[in-house]
Design a protein around this ligand. Structure first.
Ligand code: HAM
Length: 416
């Protein structure tokens, strides 16, 4: 047996997965978002320039492909969608902003697999490209809360927010934080000592209790904002409650990708275990890094579909999942009736009735057992007599009733 690649999954029942995507499509159409799709293959350079060289995703987790022996192409499987969306915006010369788009599909990160963490996983990604307005941040977080709470009927989650300031604020704050960390370096773990030099704010992601304790007294970026940023941060905190969205200020929330500035947020649930974020995003400016003349202030979010499914699975019975249509199973009782069985099945399928035909032969008993396993609502038996006389024996598997129905009247009978 050849097993699947570590950290990947087989999806054998997509009902819940497709339900999430369908509901998101409908919800986002209501906010005037357009669905797009970008390639799974992207140049490695795209992510090096956007996510940051020192992020875990770029430094340790990329799936890089060498298309041919000796080729210099550096292609990778996308680890996320934001950089691809901005590339697509620039490359396709989109003129109208804000560009409100969403997409969904597989992402790839070479992480250590564990509950809720895969090497191939799926995200639904939403971006609003080319907007300065803090009102968009408020609307995006509200839209997400409405989606999870009202449409997917989830209650067991919290919204964490933080505000990382503009580039100037971050640079000035980075210095203050580094000075603080320098004074505590001897007590901190090796990873934090390294991050202090390369990607200072990522120290906040450290799980070590000692480092966490030290960081409780670290300067907080939200306390060191310029006037504009301070006013936006205040609006964010004041206006979310006006829309009945309750978000909690989490000063340690910095997110794992380097491109964020200003608003960052995560939707987390204690029901997920260690990997508790099922949705995360914020503001960023990737225009110049990816070759545009403008900085392109934007914001967006990635929803982890697998983690969202983990949250929904215990409650699926409360969700209006689409029901499978009633199944009709056509049974030719001998090889002589196979052609007729296919003609009958073909006409039912053409009329939109879900129909399967048992073409493997076998006894009536074994075919009935098979039809039962398939979950048939009706079996349609065609034997020698039925073939000669032009009727079909229809048995309802729901109430056991049996009737002989003329071929010409079959459709009307089944649709009753
Ligand atoms: P992210 O936080 O890296 O952000 O991923 C978003 C969500 O994807 C996470 O909250 C989680 O639910 C899910 N996720 C991430 N990695 C894995 C994994 N290995 N296995 C299963 N699920 C995972 C981004 O990717 C940003 N591009 C989001 C964004 C969009 N920011 C602005 N626009």
């Amino acid at each position: 047996m050849i097993s699947r690649v570590k950290g990947t999954r087989d999806y054998l029942d997509l009902t819940l997965f497709n339900f999430i995507i369908d509901q998101a499509r409908r919800h986002l159409a209501g906010y005037n978002f357009t669905e797009i799709a970008t390639p799974i293959l992207e140049p490695l350079e795209l992510f090096k320039r956007s996510l940051g060289l020192y992020t875990d995703v770029v430094s340790k987790e990329m799936f890089v492909i060498q298309p041919r022996e000796g080729s210099d192409d550096q292609i990778c499987l996308r680890p996320e969608e934001t950089a691809s969306t901005i590339r697509a915006f620039i490359e396709n010369g989109i003129q109208v902003t804000p560009w409100k788009v969403f997409t969904w599909g597989p992402m790839f990160r070479y992480e250590r697999p564990q509950k809720g963490r895969y090497r191939q996983f799926h995200q639904l990604n939403i971006e609003i490209v080319g907007t300065q307005s803090i009102a968009q941040d408020i609307q995006l977080i509200t839209l997400l809360d409405r989606f999870f709470h009202e449409i997917l009927t989830l209650n067991n989650y919290a919204i964490l927010i933080n505000y990382l300031g503009c580039q100037e604020d971050r640079t000035a704050y980075g210095q203050k934080l580094k000075t603080f960390l320098d004074s505590k370096a001897a007590e901190m773990c090796a990873t934090c000592q390294e991050r202090k030099e390369t990607n200072t704010m990522r120290v906040f992601d450290c799980k070590s209790p000692t480092c966490q304790e030290i960081l409780t007294t670290a300067p907080r970026i939200a306390d060191h904002l310029c006037t504009t940023c301070a006013s936006e941060w205040q609006q964010l905190q004041e206006q979310l409650p006006l829309l009945s969205v309750s978000a909690t200020y989490e000063p340690n929330l910095v997110r794992g990708l380097d491109y964020y500035n200003k608003t960052v947020f995560e939707f987390v649930s204690g029901d997920l275990g260690a990997q508790n974020a099922f949705c995360g995003g914020g503001r960023y400016e990737l225009g110049k890094a990816l070759g545009a003349r403008e900085p392109l202030p934007s914001l967006g979010v990635g929803i982890g579909i697998e983690r969202l499914m983990m949250l929904l699975e215990p409650h699926v019975n409360n969700l209006p999942l689409p029901q499978r249509p009633k199944l009709h199973v056509v049974m030719p009782l001998s090889p002589d009736q196979q052609a007729l069985a296919m003609i009958v099945a073909d006409s039912l399928q053409a009329d939109g009735l879900a129909t399967d035909a048992l073409l493997e032969g076998g006894s009536l008993k074994s075919m009935m057992r098979h039809a039962n396993r398939l979950g048939a609502a009706y079996v349609l038996m065609i034997g020698e007599e039925e073939q000669k006389e032009g009727f079909i024996t229809v048995k309802s598997m729901i109430d056991g009733k049996q009737a002989q129905v003329k071929q010409a009247e079959l459709l009307a009978y089944l649709k009753q």
